[in-house]
Ligand binder design. Structure first.
Ligand code: NAP
Length: 324
């Protein structure tokens, strides 16, 4: 690397966000993570940056081939919790550690989204919104309360555990499923593929918080949705690769499922003519269930760069064997 520059190249939030990133990184270098002080924060397409000066890259959907063209890259920082937007580039440099954004703030925001969706599905909020639009005063009762409703969470990582704790706090019976078995107070934890059918059969509201991997591809198939109890609902906040929209639509239209919140889709942005926009049982959100603030992501990544500079293992390292 030439000179004393430690360029941090940023592709997250567009060029307009670069001053904000710069000021947050400077703040946390001065207050909490002094080992990150030598950072020179620059926009991804800044033509004055020499590729050999780039030590770190903080990215969302980097242009294929660009990371591989940075010869002295030391860490890849994923601005999101998932890493699939980087690893989908076949040329991504696998020898460079990849760190996923793992902030308590994003987990809290995800817990808020899942709680909101679970309550809205429980109380049929869409029906009230429709009635309001029609100025129709029509009192109705919903069947259950949280205490006799089971929320099942696929994926008990940072996002899944916080969401489980929060919905449990609302009174829902809460169960979870992951690859390795967990022990979480008040949550009935299941693990492994053999346990999946028994888990799904209990879920009145199924929440998907899995990463995108070859194993989880298509996990919310028509066959699996059919194993949910009749009248169950879905909160899909994992990744678009987990489900084909037509499978959900058929399960809703047949009456097997009662409603869904969907935040992630096979194609994003969702095309304007996509049937999800107008489906009466679906609430669409724009992959914004849990976006951490730039300030908190800068804090997290400044700390991980500092740990790396001290020779320690950063938090949130992507494991290429597990695929997340
Ligand atoms: P994480 O900490 O890596 O947790 C992933 C969880 O999934 C772990 O519990 C893991 O099991 C489980 N898992 C992975 N593969 C599995 C398999 N084949 N079978 C069973 N369980 C499996 O990830 P996170 O930070 O919680 O984020 C999870 C995902 O949420 C992200 O990858 C992303 O897809 C999604 N997300 C969406 C948004 C949004 O705004 N919509 C925001 C953030 C995240 P083990 O514990 O046994 O490893």
């Amino acid at each position: 690397m030439s000179g004393k520059k430690n360029v941090l190249l940023v592709k997250s939030g567009g060029e307009a966000a670069i001053d904000e990133w710069r000021s947050h990184f400077a703040h946390f270098a001065a207050t909490e993570s002094p080992e990150s002080a030598a950072l020179d924060v620059r926009w991804w397409n800044d033509a004055s940056v020499a590729p050999e000066d780039v030590a770190y890259a903080l990215v969302w959907q980097p242009d294929p081939g660009r990371l591989a063209a940075l010869p002295n890259l030391r860490l890849i920082l994923s601005t999101a919790a998932g890493a699939d937007h980087i690893t989908s580039d076949p040329t991504w440099p696998r020898h460079v550690p990849l760190i996923r954004a793992v902030t308590p703030e994003a987990a809290q925001r995800m817990g808020e989204y899942v709680s909101m969706a679970a309550l809205a599905l429980l109380r049929d909020l869409k029906r009230s919104v429709r009635q309001q639009a029609a100025r129709r005063w029509d009192s109705f009762e919903t069947e259950r309360s949280a205490t006799d409703t089971c929320v099942g969470i696929l994926g008990l990582g940072t996002m899944g555990v916080r969401s489980a704790e929060m919905v449990r706090g609302l009174g829902f019976r809460t169960i979870g499923w992951s690859r390795s078995r967990k022990a979480i107070d008040g949550i009935d934890c299941h693990a492994g593929n053999d346990a999946l059918p028994g888990f799904l059969a209990q879920c009145d509201i199924l929440v998907c918080l899995l990463p995108a991997t070859p194993e989880t591809d298509g996990i919310l198939s028509a066959e699996r949705l059919a194993t949910l109890p009749r009248g169950a609902a879905l909160v899909h906040v994992g990744r678009g690769s987990h489900m084909k929209f037509d499978d959900l639509r058929e399960a809703l239209d047949s009456g097997h499922l009662s409603g869904a919140f969907v935040d992630v889709f096979e194609t994003e942005p969702l095309p304007a003519d996509h049937p999800a926009w107008t489906h009466e049982k679906i609430v669409v959100t724009s992959h914004n269930a849990a976006i951490a603030s730039r300030r908190m992501r800068a804090r997290f990544f400044a700390a991980q760069i500092a740990a790396f500079e001290r020779g320690e293992t950063p938090v949130g390292v992507y494991d290429a064997v597990r695929g997340y």
